[in-house]
Design a protein around this ligand. Structure first.
Ligand code: ATP
Ligand code: MG
Length: 199
């Protein structure tokens, strides 16, 4: 069993996240990509315009057409921002025989390696870092070199998608269209619930 976890706030989930996970799954023949929306302190939810439940629901909607994609409530149910290393530790314990991967974009991989017990993280899971427009991995990869050499971090080149959740939130607030930047079901959900609108 090859299981990859993809963490994020997914506020909201967009095509960049999906392409990233799909590339990792097909490239490394993974059995499953588990989307892991992070928990949030309650005050931050109000600021950001979507609750944990809404972020979770949007992940479910966006992934339901892909048999290899699933969404986990693990971090949301802990009701706080979780450290990746703790989450991986949990899955390591629960599924001792699984081969674990963690998928990130080029921006997030550096955060993880710089802040959160990277040695332990990388003994438990292989990091798959996807290219992302605006975050050139080669220029800022000093911290990555040693892990790349040891094959604990793998870089995958994906079709460049210059979409972020921030962009989506801003476009909704400005009354601009987000069609095709998120899956249609997610767009409808955002509209129905009135998420990210300027109040
Ligand atoms: P925000 O603008 O709110 O930070 P985001 O688009 O960066 O949102 P996150 O939920 O922060 O989305 O990211 C979750 C993971 O997905 C991170 O590892 C991030 O690097 C990756 N990711 C997000 N968008 C892209 C993209 N367009 N291309 C590649 N990776 C991406
Ligand atoms: Mg981000």
């Amino acid at each position: 069993m090859k299981l990859a976890i993809m963490g994020g706030t997914f506020n909201p989930i967009h095509i960049g996240h999906l392409v990233c996970a799909e590339e990792a799954v097909s490239r490394y023949r993974l059995d499953k990509a588990l989307f892991m929306p992070t928990g949030f302190p309650p005050h931050k939810e109000i600021l950001e315009g979507a609750s944990s439940e809404h972020r979770f629901r949007m992940c479910t909607i966006a992934t339901e057409g892909n048999p290899r994609f699933e969404v986990s409530r693990f971090e949301i149910d802990r009701r706080q921002v979780s450290y990746t290393v703790n989450t991986i530790r949990h899955f390591r314990r629960e599924m001792p025989d699984a081969e674990l991967y963690f998928i990130t974009g080029a921006d997030a991989v550096l955060e993880i390696l710089e802040w959160k017990d990277p040695q332990e993280l990388l003994t438990m899971a292989t990091l798959i870092a996807a290219t992302r427009p605006g975050y050139p991995l080669d220029k800022i990869s000093g911290a990555l070199d040693v892990f790349l050499r040891e094959n604990r971090v793998k870089i995958i080149e994906i079709p460049g998608i210059g979409v972020s959740s921030t962009l989506i939130r801003n476009r909704v607030a400005e009354g601009k269209s987000i069609r095709y930047l998120v899956l249609e079901g997610v767009r409808q959900f955002i509209q129905e619930k009135g998420l990210y609108r300027k109040t």
